[in-house]
Unconditional design. Structure first.
Length: 309
């Protein structure tokens, strides 16, 4: 579950100020967003020496599935995709770019309808975003990849693993969910998305032009109505997977456990004292956990000593 945030229309309005305003309206989109709670209790870093998401030296567009998708690359080595959350952008995962660009060939894009990438659809779906990322992998002629996906990015990573159209070695998902309802997502978040959808529909009915409300509706529909991934489909994932969540995440702990238990080669990490926003609020710890999983051979030891020989 992620947070939808559109870019500020007024160039004089700082990203930070805009983020705070947007958070109050759309408490539930993942990377920047989620509400007054995040605003008051969670301090996130989005300031970097490199202008991630606005780097003219490396930024490129690719025509993918009928839309121009903006992406940037950093570093050399094995390809590592970074996939941001709902309403975010390349800059959302600047903490991960900073850390991993010395270790991998980091590839990160603005997902469809977000950042600098075109929407070109009237009804955005996770399936469409998944196809876009698969298209980008093909465009760059990548034989195999690893992935770090945050929130919606984690959902897309799981979808890519299920589809099997891309060879994925390992993936790390942060705060991903299979369903949009209260069996997977904390009830307060479900209610907030519903409330925000009503507000956006009201703005559309009023023909308000202060923001692109139709785009925001698509982002909210993505959160409120999707994903709908059958648990049984997780068995199709061949990659090694690390399921990560904060112990006070938007996603219920039992749901993160459910995902972990249905993936053949998986590990689970519930970060103590952390929230949905750990990649930006505690990037040092999050990055170390992700790096350890990506760099070391996969293991799933068993505590059952009766099997030991």
């Amino acid at each position: 579950m992620a947070l939808a945030i559109t870019q500020p229309q007024n160039s004089n309005e700082t990203k930070l100020t805009f983020m705070k305003k947007r958070i109050k309206l759309l408490v539930l989109f993942v990377v920047f967003s989620i509400g007054p709670v995040a605003n008051a209790q969670v301090h996130m870093n989005f300031k970097f020496e490199t202008p991630y998401g606005e780097n003219k030296a490396v930024g490129k567009y690719a025509e993918i599935n009928g839309a121009k998708i903006y992406y940037e690359e950093y570093g050399k080595g094995e390809p590592l995709l970074l996939i941001h959350g709902n309403g975010g952008s390349i800059n959302s995962m600047g903490n991960q770019i900073d850390y991993f660009k010395s270790k991998y060939r980091v590839i990160i894009a603005d997902s469809r309808g977000q950042g600098k990438s075109e929407m070109k659809t009237d009804s955005l779906t996770y399936e469409q975003i998944t196809k876009d990322w698969e298209g980008l992998v093909n465009h760059l002629k990548l034989d195999s990849i690893s992935i770090i996906g945050w929130s919606d990015g984690g959902i897309v990573a799981l979808e890519m693993g299920i589809s099997g159209k891309t060879k994925i070695k390992k993936m790390v998902t942060m705060g991903a969910n299979l369903r949009p309802d209260s069996t997977a997502v904390n009830g307060w978040a479900v209610k907030e998305v519903g409330k925000s959808k009503k507000e956006v529909l009201s703005k559309i009915k009023q023909k308000d032009t202060t923001r692109n409300w139709k785009v925001e509706k698509q982002m909210l529909d993505l959160l409120g109505n999707q994903p709908n991934i059958p648990t049984k489909d997780l068995s199709k994932i061949k990659a090694k997977v690390l399921i990560v969540a904060g112990d006070e995440d938007i996603i219920k702990n039992k749901h993160s456990l459910e995902i972990y238990e249905h993936i053949p080669k998986a590990q689970l990490c519930i970060m103590p004292g952390e929230t949905h926003f750990a990649p930006a609020s505690n990037p040092v710890l999050f990055n170390e956990i992700a790096n350890k999983f990506l760099a070391e051979p996969f293991k799933r030891p068993d505590s059952n000593w009766t099997k030991w020989k």
